[in-house]
Write a protein that binds this ligand. Structure first.
Ligand code: PHE
Ligand code: FE
Length: 297
């Protein structure tokens, strides 16, 4: 039995499709309310992804996940993870109902609080769910917060978000693309080849294989302004993945004030999700097999 239906308030129709709106308050993880079915869903997903990610996720992600003490046995308790995480990098997990309004989200990140959706998907959603749940947030995002340079990046991103929000919707869109192509769908170059660090990938079996092994998508070197101009897919695998050389590169590239960059990008066209530019550092040029036309956001 599962006792854990999400408490959604309503669905909002936006230019990114239907977006669920949740209460914005912080809640204690109602751990005792998880049913056998919820713990079983966690176990199935945890074991399956750990298996898929061996040799695919970057070593730092896998080591961080081990260090956090997550296990397939039961849904982790936020309070227990917080003891480890706060010592490592000063981050705190907070329980939320689901996706937050952008400014609330940025404010939490800027203060080293990471919102984690408390409920887990239903068993029929193990392969795909259209919104973040506990598995995506906890398994996908939280291990990276154990890595000092990435932990700093996330805080800086939150502060950058507060600023971009004040500048306007175009700046916010540029910054959201950066989040998408790094935090959610980023690849990283390791000694022995390309590996995954993006949370949207590591929480998906299909995309974990697709992003590295399929000939269809482009794999292109990280380029800040290029990424900020690039539209993306929310309902299919990505057409393009961007590759960083290391987490330090993320920190360095995003150190400068973005205000002048936002101004410059206002005058430039956005780039479709699957386009390869002359100036790109191409690791792999996608065949485009199976791509749907249209639908980039
Ligand atoms: N440097 C960015 C700004 O001035 C903030 C930022 C840091 C954004 C890290 C993303 C990641 O807005
Ligand atoms: Fe996410």
């Amino acid at each position: 039995m599962s006792a854990t239906a999400p408490r959604r308030l309503e669905n909002l129709q936006t230019d990114k499709g239907k977006v669920p709106v949740y209460a914005t308050g912080i809640i204690d993880q109602p751990w005792d309310d998880y049913g056998e079915e919820d713990h079983a869903t966690w176990a199935v997903l945890y074991e399956r992804q750990r298996d898929v990610l061996k040799g695919r996720a970057c070593d730092e992600f896998l080591a961080a996940q081990d260090a956090m003490g997550m296990s397939p046995d039961r849904i982790p308790k936020f309070a227990e993870l917080n003891e480890v995480l706060s010592k490592a990098t000063g981050w705190t997990l907070i329980g939320v109902e689901g996706l937050l309004p952008e400014l609330d989200f940025f404010d939490h990140l800027a203060n080293r609080r990471f919102p984690v959706t408390w409920w887990i998907r239903r068993p029929d959603q193990v392969d795909y769910i259209e919104e973040p749940d506990l598995f995506h947030d906890l398994f996908g995002h939280v291990p990276l917060l154990m890595i000092p340079v990435f932990a700093d990046y996330m805080e800086a991103y939150g502060r950058g978000g507060v600023k971009a929000h004040a500048i306007g919707p175009d700046a916010l869109q540029n910054l959201t693309r950066l989040y998408w192509y790094t935090v959610e769908f980023g690849l990283i170059r390791q000694q022995d080849g390309l590996r995954i660090y993006g949370s949207g990938i590591v929480s998906s079996k299909g995309e974990s294989i697709h992003c590295l092994e399929s000939d269809a998508p482009n794999r292109i070197g990280f380029d800040l302004e290029r990424i900020m101009r690039t539209r993306y897919r929310i309902d299919t695998f990505q057409k393009t993945y961007f590759v960083i050389d290391g987490f330090e590169q993320l920190m360095e590239a995003t150190g400068p004030d973005f205000t002048p960059i936002y101004g410059k990008l206002e005058t430039l066209e956005s780039i479709p999700a699957g386009t390869v530019l002359e100036s790109d550092r191409v690791f792999h040029r996608g065949t485009g097999e199976g791509w749907e036309t249209g639908g980039d956001v």
